[in-house]
Each structure stands twice: as C-alpha cells, then as structure tokens.
Design a protein around this ligand. Structure first.
Ligand SMILES: Cc1ncc(C[n+]2csc(CCOP(=O)(O)OP(=O)(O)O)c2C)c(N)n1
Ligand SMILES: [Mg+2]
Length: 372
C-alpha cells in the first residue's frame, strides 16, 4: 500500500517563488493574473490619495521619532518602510471591519481617524488605551506578540454568530508566526471558517533576529498547513497589497473563511527608539531596500503616467505639516496622570488583589515623600 506523503499545499499559496507585484521599484506597472481583477477601479485620484496617505504615515512616524529623542515620548516603534503594507491593506476594508494591530501600525490608526493626542498618549506612558476601540473599529496597540491574532479570530467568530458580514483583520509580524497564540488562532480560524484576515508584515526582522533564522520556508507556506490559503505579495507595492487584501476580505465576507497575506517588506529603521540596528545588520542591506522605497516607487509611477507630482507633493506637505503641528501641540498639552490610576480599569469590577496593590503603592509613595 502506498504511504505517499501528500504534497505540501503549495497550490493553496500564490507568490511563493516570487512575491506578487504590479508596481516595480522603477515605477513601471506590470500585469498580474491574480491581482489585476481586484485593481480595475484604480485611477489617478486613488493613486494620489495613496501617495498622500503614505506621506502622512511617514511624517507621523518621523515626528514621533523626533519627539522621543527630545524626551517627550518614552518609546516609539517606527514604521518607516512599511507605509504601503499598512495603507494598502487598511484601504481594502470597510469602516465597520475591525482591525487588530500590534504596536507598529500607526498608519492604520491615523487612517481610522484616531486623534494624534490619543495615538501619542500611549507612548508617553500616560494611558493604557489611547482611543475608544469601538468608535474606530480598531483595537488599541498589542504588545504581547501574536495575541491580537486570537482577538481578531474571536471577534470574527462572533460576527458570524451575530449574523453580520463584517470582517476582522489581524496585523502581525514575521516573528509572531512562531508564537503559540498565532498558531492557535489559525487552528480556530480554519476549523470555524472565521471571517478573519491574517496580515503579516514580514519586515525581515524580529528585533535583531533575521527572518531566515526564524523560518526555513516562506512564511506564507505555514498557514497552508492549517488549510488556510495564502498570498505572498511585495509589501512595498501599495497596489499589490490592496489587491491581495481585497481578495482575502472578499473571501472572508462571503463565507470563504480565513486567508493569510504575507507582505514582504523591510523595517528601514530600528525596532524601537531604544534599538541600534547597526549592531546586527549591514548598511548594504538597508541600502538595497531603500531602493525599493514604497513612496518613491508610487511617485515614479505617477510621474511616468504624466501626473504633476510636484503638485501632489505640495498637497501632501501641507497635510503633513498640519498633522506634525497637531502632534507637537498634543504632546505639549498632555496631562500626566497620577501614577495610582494605573490600577484603574484592570478589571471591570475592582478585585481585592488589585485594590491591595493600589493601597501598597499609595503607602509606598507616601513613605518616600515623607523621607524627602
Ligand atoms: C509574547 C512576547 N514575547 C516576546 C516579546 C518581546 N518582543 C517584543 S517585539 C518582538 C519581536 C517581534 O517581531 P515581529 O513579530 O517580526 O514584529 P516587528 O517588531 O518586526 O513588527 C519581541 C520578541 C513580547 N513583546 N511578547
Ligand atoms: Mg518583524
């Protein structure tokens, strides 16, 4: 009797050999059999909007980085280089779809209308939650690697129970693929056919750990073992990201269950403002990826289509300057809460244990103040 092992489910995944792309680094537009059917509405206005949105994302990131260096924020995990992955995927969703990010998805927070004061308050250490998740259909940042995949899957399962056709999307990093939470989420998503999209930004690093050390095969192959189809796309190509996410969202919304999208991109900056990437990667590598910059690529594409890019750049600049001013104002006006408020809202109903900890903290602060 034959005991042949079934072939790996490569047919479940597109783009394994080479990430799917339609916009190449020189700005040229190429056809793609999988993606093009989902890009028929792309016109100059949409491309311009993408350019402006990505420029805003980059400026928010740069401004926050600078504010951290000036001591106004405690920490910042930069998104530099990942603008297309975040903006393209976010734009594939409708307003009532729910997003569950990690800590690096500042662009989706801006796109979802979170005000800069809320966005920055978390990184000032002033609050545990910078916005109301239900108003924006966006969960607050998740530091526990991979945990948001469970939250998104649970949310997606619940939308089906409610009879709604909303979709949940979990943003996760390459490192998060190795977490138990992520693998458990994929088991549940697959078996319950949950309307969830796993959107993986493979930015090549989990802090200092390169992806080649984390996985011997493309990350997009992993979910296929759970029966979850996968698309691997160039994450610096905003149109490829938009199309792949649209495919995944449509499948989820129409009862087809989960899809995994691997957006192959690069974290151009440090892991956070406390990291020094020159300790673990070569300048040549960063330069190579810099040549694939998602914003420059789109600008080249617009220019080659005969669009006046100087005007679009000016429009983006005005919007960027305004948001940068708002960010600086928000930080200057921020109010530092009493440290003891950290114990508020740990549980919906206070528990004896947390109340005891609060009392101990207050007594400790009083004792230190008494000494001085
Ligand atoms: C459960 C858990 N383990 C370890 C950490 C420490 N940690 C913070 S970020 C990080 C790397 C995550 O890498 P990746 O998933 O690729 O996301 P990226 O930071 O590249 O966006 C680790 C291990 C954590 N926050 N949570
Ligand atoms: Mg990573």
């Amino acid at each position: 009797m034959s005991t042949a092992v079934p072939a790996p489910s490569a047919e479940l995944a597109a783009g394994l050999d080479r990430p799917l792309a339609v916009l190449h680094p020189d700005g040229s537009r190429h056809a793609d059999a999988v993606l093009d059917a989902y890009l028929t509405d792309v016109d100059e206005t949409m491309l311009t909007d993408f350019y402006v949105d990505m420029s805003i994302a980059r400026r928010v990131d740069r401004e926050a980085f600078t504010l951290t260096r000036q001591g106004s924020l405690v920490l910042w995990p930069p998104l530099l280089g990942q603008e297309a992955a975040q903006i393209g995927s976010c734009r594939a969703l409708r307003d009532t779809d729910f997003l569950f990010g990690s800590y690096r998805e500042h662009a989706i927070a801006v796109m979802r209308g979170v005000d800069p004061a809320g966005l920055l308050a978390v990184w000032q250490g002033n609050t545990l939650s910078g916005w109301d998740p239900y108003s924006h259909h966006l969960a607050t940042p998740q530091i526990i690697i991979g945990a948001q995949t469970l939250h998104a899957t649970g949310y997606a399962m619940a939308t089906r129970i409610d009879g709604a056709d909303d979709v949940a999307i979990a943003y996760l990093g390459d490192g998060a693929i190795s977490e138990g939470d992520t693998n458990e989420a994929m088991v549940f998503a697959s078996t319950f056919s949950a309307p969830v999209v796993f959107f993986c930004q493979n930015n090549q690093y989990a802090i200092s750990e390169p992806v080649r050390v984390q996985s011997g095969s493309p990350l997009a192959l992993r979910p296929t073992g759970f029966g979850i189809p996968a698309l691997r796309v160039d994450g610096n190509d905003v149109l490829a990201v938009l199309a792949a996410t649209r495919i995944a969202v449509e499948r989820a919304r129409t009862g087809g269950g989960p899809t995994f999208v691997e957006a192959v991109t690069y974290r151009m900056g440090p892991h956070t403002t406390t990291d020094d990437p020159t300790r673990y990667r070569e300048d040549e590598e960063a330069a190579e990826w810099s040549a694939k910059d998602p914003i420059v690529r789109l600008e080249r594409h617009l220019a080659s289509s005969g669009v006046r890019t100087d005007r679009i750049r000016e429009e983006a600049q005005v919007r960027c300057d305004q948001i940068a001013r708002d960010m600086r104002d928000a930080v200057a006006e921020a109010h530092t809460p009493e440290a003891a408020t950290i114990f508020d809202h740990v549980h919906a109903v206070p528990t004896q244990r947390v109340e005891r900890q609060r009392a101990e903290h207050i007594a400790f602060v009083a004792s230190v103040e008494g000494e001085s």
